[in-house]
Design a binder for this molecule. Sequence first.
Ligand code: KG4
Ligand code: ZN
Length: 338
Amino acid sequence: MHLLAIETSCDETAAAVLRGDAAVLSNVVLSQDEIHAPYGGVVPELASRQHIKSIGFVVHDSLAGAGVALEDIDHFAVTQGPGLVGSLLVGLSFAKGLAYYHKKPLIGIDHVQAHIQAAFLEHKDIPFPILALIVSGGHTSLFFLKKSLSFELLGRTRDDAAGEALDKIAKFLELGYPGGPVIQKLAEPGDPGRFEFALPRMSDRSLDFSFSGLKTAALRIIREHRLSKSDPRLPDFLASFESAVVRALLDNLSRAASRHDPASVLLGGGVARNRRLRTDFERQARRFGLAAYIPSPKLCTDNAAMVGALALTRIEHEKKGREKAFFLDLDAYPRMPV
Ligand code: KG4
Ligand code: ZN
């Protein structure tokens, strides 16, 4: 059995071919970073137009890389949302056309849930219940999974996503796009204790996140200290900011862990590539006596292998008659369903 998965929710055009046992035969990702870099963030219209130009080549490359003919694909899967609607519609229409012509089932996949499933590509037996933290440019959410495919949302960001906050500060300092990797690099020699950041506090028992306060505090420090790209204090400032973002994420994770008593913790999304976050996440998990699972970096940022992984799990459940997985009337959705 072979499955072709397509992902176009933001600014990566991606396609992957997976075998029925979840072996990834190809995982092609074409980034649009160069196109959006001059603007310091993703320009939605440019993203959709680049997807429509690239999607055919990316799908072709993923099939060729896997050595599998289109006729031998048994299932198609595509990201349905959340994301930029124009971008989602490109992948969705392309996948729908393929599924329709080849008379094969098409499975609509949730992008954030796919980020969670990415960890299962490298670790088949992650013990449930799982506490999953997904941190990317568009999303910062905590989920509790009592069992496979049961995604209970515990908290989400009320304003900016963590990656978005990193990208915006990098943009303000003219450091380049995407901001996360640049900040990580420049912050490496810095002292994270030099600049103080107060962490956000939610008034209720909420497990929601907020990053707009940290972003505003960062902008205030930049102005007060007249920090610029070439300032020798920049590594210290960036290390302090990066570390504050990581602490805000892990504080919430710890509160959720004490309340929900998971067997393991899982990290995913583009910001999960961040070295400080990976190290501190593992340390925090050890403190709680929990097993920590973080996908390798290329499976953290947007890709189609994670979409395929979730689709295969759903097919498996469908076989057991638990879930209806196949639709041709799929629509795109911009935001995470509540
Ligand atoms: O998951 P992703 O590819 O796209 C979304 O679903 O949003 O995540 C992209 C985000 C960007 O905000 C980028 O700055 C951030 O991931 N990112 C990082 C690193 N690599 C990518 N943030 C911090 N450190 C990194 N090494
Ligand atoms: Zn993503």
